[in-house]
Design a protein around this ligand. Sequence first.
Ligand code: SAM
Ligand code: SF4
Ligand code: F3S
Length: 464
Amino acid sequence: MASQRRYFIRTYGCQMNVRDSEIMAGTLAAMGWQPAAAESDADLIVVNTCAVRGTAEDHAFGYIGGLKQLKDARPGLRLAVAGCMVQEPKTVAWLKRYAPHVDVVIGTHNLHRLPEVLAEAEERQEMLVEVWQQPGPVVEALPSQRAEGVQAFVNIIYGCDKFCTFCIVPFTRGRERSREPKHIVREVEALAAQGYQDITLLGQNVNSYGHDLDPPTDLADLLEALCRVEGVRWLRFTTSHPRDFSQKLIDTIAREPRISHHVHLPVQSGSDAILKRMNRKYTRAQYLELVDRIRAAIPDVALTTDLIVGFPGETEEDFAATLDLVKRVRFDAAFTFLYSAREGTPAARWESRDPVPEAVKKERLNRLMDLQYRISWEANQQWVGKTVLAVVEGVSKKSEAMWSARTQHNKVVLVPRQADDDLRFRFVPVRITGAKTFYLTGEVAGPAEAGPRPSEAARTLPVL
Ligand code: SAM
Ligand code: SF4
Ligand code: F3S
């Protein structure tokens, strides 16, 4: 394709998809493409899809359908669909039948082949589908165009071996593959040199990092190594599976001040019967015992979770056990989801036999959210009066007059924005003056810390 053409990427789903979009953006930049401000301005639109719930799929289907109008108006426009949905044969069949205006379909395991696939599609009239069903070896040194700022995502492990019975991810992302520590350290060193100081390590289950390497290693040792990288201020990691959260990791977090005191620890349900049928591989008692050990070692830890309501066969008693667990743990926040049947998973078969009625699911979700919102509000009050360091992420979406910053405990804090201050991407001490359910409010309590600011030139370079 000719140079200086413009691309637009629409991303659905989790941070791993965000990271894949950064890699696609970097790949396109290396091919001479420029980012477009909007779809209407683009010569290529890439839709990076998520299959985790029916709602995510519906949004993507609706968006892809809507692109037909743009394509009709500009036949030269190229449309590509990527991400977890296309790993499912039913999505490819749907695209062929209902969205023939799509030019390219590329899977999660062969994203690195984007240049070849786009070039091949140029020669063709009909849709080109390249979806590998199995991942190859981990591909390193792909180009990448990261978001502006001082925060960066770094993949450490791909795929998932857990096969929770409700979840599509092991089918769309394949089995676990860890990256070699040396590649991760090199990437974080390059990021730190470019001014990225707040690094989030990514994986569907970061706690099983390294078991598949030779010699094997683990997340605790990786974090230790990354704490030694000059210029890295904060290290975060997500997502943790309770089954694999080791005491060694707890001790490492407690010891190393650069590691975030925020643990996202999805529990999914408080009922042993449901946990067993979900194949989560831990009991309620084991989860509570783990929470106790984490809190004993890291008393100020912020704990968040994911919860599913209306798993097939969930009784009122099972749901009461979830409410009870939420009351006991007192999470800082929780993502709460209505169970969504995913074709091909064991729970989808149970759903057809033993579904929880839709109205009951929604009523339970409302009760759960009411409880969690009250606890989140209460948990946030404890920050009032404290002064903490926060990284300013940008102007708040709530109000132009506020900056939105994030603390090391992953709390969002809004601070007033003066006309002449430029705190964007700065680390600033903030005195917390108020607390709501979803965020804190505060005021700047000292000078912003000087530090390396990311240079525009640096961020177009490939990260090795
Ligand atoms: N790997 C993480 C873990 O172990 O919990 C998270 C994976 S998933 C991308 C994020 C969350 O989506 C899950 O924790 C779960 O709560 C939710 N989820 C996954 N499959 C779902 C389904 N079929 N219906 C509703 N929620 C689902
Ligand atoms: Fe899905 Fe379970 Fe793997 Fe998380 S651990 S990605 S919920 S299968
Ligand atoms: Fe969705 Fe795939 Fe992430 S299914 S949640 S984009 S791994």
